[in-house]
Each structure stands twice: as structure tokens, then as C-alpha cells.
Design a protein around this ligand. Structure first.
Ligand SMILES: C[S@@+](CC[C@H](N)C(=O)[O-])C[C@H]1O[C@@H](n2cnc3c(N)ncnc32)[C@H](O)[C@@H]1O
Length: 361
């Protein structure tokens, strides 16, 4: 199941968009006609619902979503609209660490982490740390609750015997800094000196980076699901600015067509429906309480999806790019892609991946 629509499909759904203002009967007839035109059979009804919701026609949106009970994305969105009565997130993502903590207990997260760990350890094998064999230094962008980076540093220590590490934790959320500090304290198996930087990475002026990061050479920059929070040109500048800080950038992210398409375009909505359906299913199928499942979906995954679906591009917050786009951005910023490993899948397409970027000589 691809997350991209063909030109013919985009045109067909463009026709559906024109019918949104001409009454339900014609809109429904067009959805019926287009049902099965994409791998997600119910997509015409979901797309119509998004367009209606963005025009504040929530009851009509709900009636279209009620036709898609077997689609997890649609049924969760429908339930949310009935309960919350608004086509907008009820929470700010990462203002509280609990929704993400819950996600890190799912099978999909564990698969993502295991895949990224294997890719990062392959890098470690080929690129020993520059300072000493007993100590290393890493800049971690978007540390979140600390689960990811703790697993990585523990694995490095087990492999090369390092007993000390300087970990620069850079995150835009105070709640996530606190959660990471606590998690590292409890679970790190080596002596970790944490340095906390509370900022969005793209907001740090390049001339401030050396003073903020200190003099010790940084072995590699790690970024897990954290540098997609900016549009294409800002991503390129961010990568360029960081290329003076470290030679290696280990980018772990999710692939999505959420950077360039405009609000209400069939391409954007289709990619969101495909990818977020995968995440919703991972939470629904996990061994969690119903309350935890709801908190994770409503305040994390659905909150992200709703912001992307309801806001104009400058306010979108999440701008997931495809693997191909990331390769292009990295090239423009002066890096070469040394290695690319897809780690989880959405149908036949990679969902998560880890990419080793090295600054070109
Ligand atoms: C999905 S969590 C990822 C946590 C962890 N790296 C992992 O892979 O499990 C993303 C984290 O990135 C942070 N974040 C979001 N936008 C950011 C930005 N522009 N700069 C730095 N951190 C950001 C969020 O606050 C959140 O803690």
C-alpha cells in the first residue's frame, strides 16, 4: 500500500473536492464512485470528511466517517469528533511526556528502536569515537523521554567498554527534558554527564552552537523522530549549520509525504491516513489499558494528524519527508548518504528508517 497517489487519482479526488460545496447527495455519489480507487478503499469518504470538517461542517464529516468503521484511522477520528466536538487537537504534543511514554511500550516502537539500534551499531563498528576508548560525546536532538538514547548509549558501552559519556540533550519541551533526565538516571549503565539545552534546534543561531556544545569533539549527532518539525528549506539550513559541529549525523525518522503538499490536498490527506492508521493500529493492538490507548492516540498521534490536516502549511508543526526527499535535503546541505536502513514498514513502503549522513570533504 503506497502512501503516494498517482496523478490520475489526484485529479479524481480534485473533482471530489469541488463537490464539497454542492450538497451531500452529489458528494456521496462521487465518493461511492471513487470507492476502491486507492488501496485504502474508504479514502473518498475520509477525504470528504476532512474537507467538510475544515469547513466547520462537523456533523456531515461524522456521517461520512461513520461509513468507514473498518478503517482504524477513520473510526478513531470519528470517535474523537463525537467526544470532543472539534477538528483540532485537544492537547499540545510533548507538553506532557505520558502519551509518548505509552507509545514507547508498543510493539511498533520496539521494532523501530531495534532497527535504529542495529543501524547505529553498524556505524559504531566502522567509526570509532574520536576522544578516548573510555569516554564519548553525543548531541541528541529531540531526546524525548530518553528511552531511545539510553538504549543506544548502553549498547555502545557494552560493545566498546566505554564507562563515561557526555550526552547533550536538546529538546524544545521542559516536560520531555525532565522525563529524559529521570529515565537516564534510572536506566543508564555507564556514567552519564547530561547537558540540557532547552530549544528548538532550528532556532539556535549557528554562531552560538560552539559555545553551547562545548569544546569536546562530538562523535555523532543523533536525531530520532525530531527533525521533521520544520519545512524543507529550514531542514536544509538546520543540517548545514550542524555540519560544522560533527562529521556524522544519524538521522532516524518516519517517512511521509507531509512536507510539500498543501492543506486539503488529496496527497497530504492520503499520506496521513496511511501512516497514522499504522500508528493507531499499533496502539490499539498493544498490551495497554483502554485509558492509556486513548491518551496516546488522542494526545499524541491524533493531535499531530489533526494539526497537519487542519492548519495551513506554515503552522503544520510536523513536516515528515520521504526518504528520497531527506537524501536531497542532505545533499543540498553538504552531506553524503553513507547508509540507509528502513526499519519498519507500512504495507510495502518503509515507514521508519535510519540514515547515516557524513559531511562531504
Ligand atoms: C517523538 S519524540 C522522539 C523521542 C526520541 N528521540 C525517540 O526516538 O524515541 C520527539 C521529541 O522531539 C522534540 N522536538 C520537537 N520539535 C523539536 C525541535 N524543533 N527541536 C528539538 N526538539 C524537538 C519533542 O519535544 C519530543 O521530545
Amino acid at each position: 500500500m503506497g502512501m503516494f497517489l498517482q496523478r490520475k487519482q489526484i485529479n479524481a479526488f480534485g473533482r471530489l473536492a469541488k463537490l464539497v460545496d454542492s450538497g451531500d447527495t452529489q458528494l456521496l455519489a462521487c465518493c461511492n464512485e471513487l470507492e476502491g480507487a486507492t488501496a485504502v478503499h474508504e479514502f473518498p469518504y475520509i477525504y470528504a470528511a476532512v474537507l467538510l470538517a475544515n469547513r466547520r461542517r462537523l456533523l456531515e464529516a461524522i456521517s461520512f466517517l461513520e461509513r468507514c468503521e473498518s478503517n482504524t484511522f477513520a473510526s478513531k477520528l470519528c470517535q474523537y469528533l463525537k467526544e470532543c466536538g472539534v477538528f483540532a487537537p485537544r492537547a499540545v504534543t510533548f507538553a506532557d511526556s505520558r502519551p509518548y511514554d505509552i507509545y514507547t511500550r508498543t510493539g511498533l516502537y520496539k521494532e523501530y528502536l531495534a532497527g535504529a539500534k542495529a543501524a547505529i551499531m553498524a556505524f559504531v563498528d566502522k567509526n570509532p569515537q574520536p576522544v578516548s576508548s573510555s569516554r564519548f560525546s553525543i548531541l541528541d536532538i529531540g531526546t524525548g523521554n530518553g528511552v531511545f538514547i539510553t538504549e543506544i548509549i548502553n549498547c555502545i558501552a557494552a560493545k566498546n567498554g566505554a564507562c563515561r559519556c557526555k550526552l547533550i540533550v536538546l529538546d524544545q519541551s521542559q516536560a520531555m527534558h525532565a522525563a529524559a533526565e529521570e529515565y537516564i538516571k534510572l536506566h543508564a549503565k555507564l556514567d552519564v554527564e547530561t547537558v540540557h539545552i532547552y530549544s528548538k534546534i532550528q532556532d539556535i543561531a549557528p554562531e552560538l552552537l560552539p559555545a553551547l556544545l562545548g569544546e569536546e569533539p562530538i562523535w555523532f549527532i543523533n536525531a530520532g523522530l525530531s527533525v521533521h518539525h520544520m519545512p524543507d528549506t529550514v531542514k536544509i539550513n538546520m543540517l548545514k549549520n550542524l555540519s560544522v559541529v560533527a562529521e556524522h549525523f544519524l538521522l532516524t525518522d518516519m517517512s511521509g509525504n507531509h512536507d510539500l503538499p498543501e492543506k486539503d490536498s488529496p496527497e497530504l490527506v492520503y499520506s496521513i491516513v496511511c501512516t497514522y492508521d499504522r500508528y493507531f493500529k499499533a496502539v490499539v493492538g498493544a498490551d495497554l489499558t483502554e485509558a492509556d490507548k486513548q491518551l496516546c492516540i488522542y494526545d499524541f498521534w491524533l493531535a499531530e494528524a489533526l494539526t497537519m490536516l487542519s492548519c495551513e502549511r506554515p503552522q503544520r508543526i510536523d513536516y515528515h519527508a520521504t526518504i528520497k526527499q531527506w537524501g536531497e535535503y542532505a545533499g543540498k546541505a553538504g552531506y553524503e548518504v553513507v547508509n540507509l536502513i528502513p526499519t519498519t514498514y507500512c504495507g510495502d513502503d518503509p515507514l521508519n528508517f535510519t540514515m547515516h549522513l557524513r559531511v562531504k570533504e
